[in-house]
Design a binder for this molecule. Structure first.
Ligand code: HSE
Length: 428
């Protein structure tokens, strides 16, 4: 019999339990496909005495995940604790230092320390795999690293935070305010312990930084991701966007431009009829564009026990089969630091302004836009209240820099009653 692949699992939350379940329920299938048994040797979690709904008694227990990672009888550390630093990073580093492979679903750790960990893994001849870190059950890492390896990638886009997509969809479909939809997501247990990770775009930004490194052969650089969350989106914006044939999505976009690598995670308007526009609820979608393949769209569950465990198991199976790939698709030493570029690609923008309803107010705004070189495509004044006039403007394509110049001047006028809302319209 071929020797078994022996796993140490650190972290027994939703995903960890899902991985244990698959390994128990599908042992024969996995062995047949890998050509060798895959066994759990030892486990570790914060709390030992907790009913997790799965029999963990056959496995050795380790209080310390670093000790788990160093065990002689562990071939692969499966790190499912989460957190960019702390025990997750310590255990991962210990495993790699001991020459063991690591499978992780930890997007924060990869986004912040991906390069250093890749350097270490490759220097020690270890695999470091992270399919579960990006878009849950969607095998997007594998698609980029293997299926699309023959392409020069041109753009990567994604809706990669299911919680935000759920909130925005509920606002759209049920007419809920942001606060009501947020409360509903909270009650359903969708929000991370720190909700800002979700609604601030940070979780999705981590995922984008990882995909950008894979797509463009660059060092993972989360600090260069322009982040904007969904907290400022109002039901009014959702309705107006819908009226013009758009949906608002928290969309990640990474593309290499003449000026450098653009990475942004921000609310965008996308056509309602596009695959991204039709994405409902907590589902994720990744759109990959390459010079040969043109465009492909991957859609699926972005979180949850089964989907994320499925992604983790795909990595475990590759290691069991002996597949060894560079961590980010090319040797870590050849990944170049990309010059960060902030929204240099021009786009049309949706603007919503609350103006004082008096003669010349609108003229002041249009003059400012004109002076900044921002041209108006469409404009509408609607739903007058006593003294205020809501105004919608869709611009022609402009740079974010020119738009920012205009918005700064708009804020200085005596005709705006609230901070202007500006949302990019992404061509998808
Ligand atoms: N909180 C994430 C989401 C799942 O809502 O998609 C884990 O990244």
């Amino acid at each position: 019999m071929t020797s078994p692949l022996r796993l140490g699992i650190a972290g027994l939350g939703t995903v960890g339990v899902g991985v244990v379940r698959i390994l128990r329920q599908q042992a024969k299938l996995l062995e047949a496909r890998a050509g060798r048994p895959i066994e759990i040797v030892a486990i570790s979690a914060r709390t030992r005495d907790k009913d997790r709904g799965v029999n963990l008694s056959p496995y050795d227990w380790e209080d310390d995940p670093v000790a788990l990672a160093r065990r002689d009888d562990v071939d692969v550390l499966v790190e499912l604790m989460g957190g960019s630093d702390g025990p997750a990073k310590a255990a991962t580093e210990a495993a790699l230092a001991a020459g063991k492979h690591v499978v992780t679903a930890n997007k924060a750790m990869l986004a912040h320390h991906g390069q250093a960990l890749a350097d270490r893994a490759e220097a020690n001849g270890c695999a470091l795999r992270f399919e579960g870190a990006v878009a849950g059950g969607i095998p997007v890492v594998k698609t980029l690293m293997e299926g699309l390896a023959g392409n020069g990638m041109t753009r990567v886009m994604g809706v990669m935070n299911g919680t935000c997509n759920y909130i925005l969809t509920r606002m759209q479909d049920a007419g809920l305010t942001y606060e009501e939809a947020f409360a509903e997501a909270d009650a359903l247990g969708f929000l991370e312990a720190d909700p800002e990770l979700d609604v601030g775009g940070i979780d999705a930004g981590h995922k984008l930084a990882i995909l950008a490194a894979l797509a463009f052969g660059t060092r993972c650089d989360f600090d260069a991701v322009e982040l904007e969350g969904i907290g400022a989106i109002t039901i009014e914006d959702i309705r107006q966007a819908a009226d013009m044939g758009y949906r608002i999505k928290l969309l990640g976009v990474a593309q290499m431009t003449g000026r450098g690598l653009e990475q942004r995670m921000s609310p965008c308007l996308v056509p309602a009829a596009s695959p991204l526009g039709q994405l409902e609820g907590g589902t994720n979608m990744v759109v990959l564009e390459g010079d040969a393949v043109e465009q492909i769209v991957l859609r699926g569950p972005g979180a949850g026990e089964g989907p994320t465990a499925s992604a983790v198991m795909g990595d475990v199976m590759d290691i069991a089969r002996g597949l060894r790939l560079p961590v980010f698709g090319q040797p870590a030493g050849t990944l170049a630091a990309a010059r960060p570029a902030n929204s240099t690609v021009p786009a049309a923008y949706y603007l919503r302004l609350q103006l004082i309803d008096k003669p010349g107010a609108l003229a002041k705004i249009t003059a400012i836009l004109g002076d900044a070189g921002v041209s108006i495509d469409r404009m509408r004044q609607y739903g007058h209240q006593d003294t205020s006039a809501p105004v919608l403007i869709v611009t022609h394509k402009t740079t974010r820099a020119d738009l920012n110049t205009a918005l700064a001047a708009v804020r200085e006028t005596d005709v705006v009653l609230a901070d202007p809302v500006a949302i990019r319209i992404e061509e998808v």
